[in-house]
Design a protein around this ligand. Structure first.
Ligand SMILES: *[C@@H]1O[C@H](CO)[C@@H](O)[C@H](O)[C@H]1NC(C)=O
Ligand SMILES: *[C@@H]1O[C@H](CO)[C@@H](O)[C@H](O)[C@H]1NC(C)=O
Ligand SMILES: *[C@@H]1O[C@H](CO)[C@@H](O)[C@H](O)[C@H]1NC(C)=O
Length: 170
């Protein structure tokens, strides 16, 4: 009886320690993405699909087809400011003051390999240090996003990085 109880308890502990996944999206990852969204002005509604439980279906969010963790964030602005400035301006993501969109909560996206938020306007925002802490990152594109300040030396922590584009920063 005692043994049975122990086995049952172990089973219960295992069950509760598995992260919650609902409809193909880990809750902790969805919450991180919603925090990211909350830090942005989005006049062109680029992130209008970012609601509801299925975060793997949201625009620009790509999940691994087996383990279903978010692996890519492809949020590059489809428009280029040099082509039509007014079109671009109405589709550009900008940061809200005092709330860095690349908040440390984004580190919940532990399996992120690609991060592309190029072509937006983060000119009032410091370089996102958090981008230096994604262990599996191979591709980082902050091109044209005009982040300001110094590039932190922690960028050297990205040991798997193969492509880095910071062109057009302040
Ligand atoms: C989410 O994507 C899956 C797989 O592509 C699809 O079956 C499902 O209908 C989608 N759900 C929504 C709400 O779009
Ligand atoms: C980064 O994104 C820009 C567009 O914002 C694109 O032109 C450039 O080719 C990309 N860089 C890399 C290395 O893929
Ligand atoms: C960079 O790596 C060092 C050594 O592993 C670690 O102590 C530090 O916290 C890391 N910094 C970031 C921003 O990830």
């Amino acid at each position: 009886m005692k043994l049975l109880l122990t086995v049952f308890l172990c089973f219960l502990v295992t069950l509760t320690s598995i992260p919650t996944i609902a409809n193909g999206c880990f809750e902790v990852e969805r919450d991180a993405l919603l925090t990211f969204k909350a830090g942005l002005h989005d006049p062109g509604n680029l992130l209008s699909s970012w609601h509801g439980p299925e975060c793997c279906n949201w625009t620009g969010v790509i999940c691994h087809n087996l383990h279903q963790h978010v692996v890519k964030l492809n949020l590059r602005n489809p428009l280029y400011w040099g082509d039509n400035y007014f079109d671009w301006e109405s589709h550009v993501l900008t940061g809200k003051l005092n709330l860095h969109p690349l908040n440390p909560v984004l580190l919940s996206l532990k399996y992120l390999t690609h991060l592309d938020i190029g072509g937006h306007d983060f000119s009032n925002i410091n370089f996102p240090k958090v981008a230096c802490s994604f262990e599996y990152l191979v591709y980082l594109n902050l091109s044209g996003s005009q982040f300001q300040g110094v590039i932190p030396h922690e960028i050297g922590n990205l040991s798997r990085l193969q492509s880095l584009d910071l062109s057009g920063s302040n």
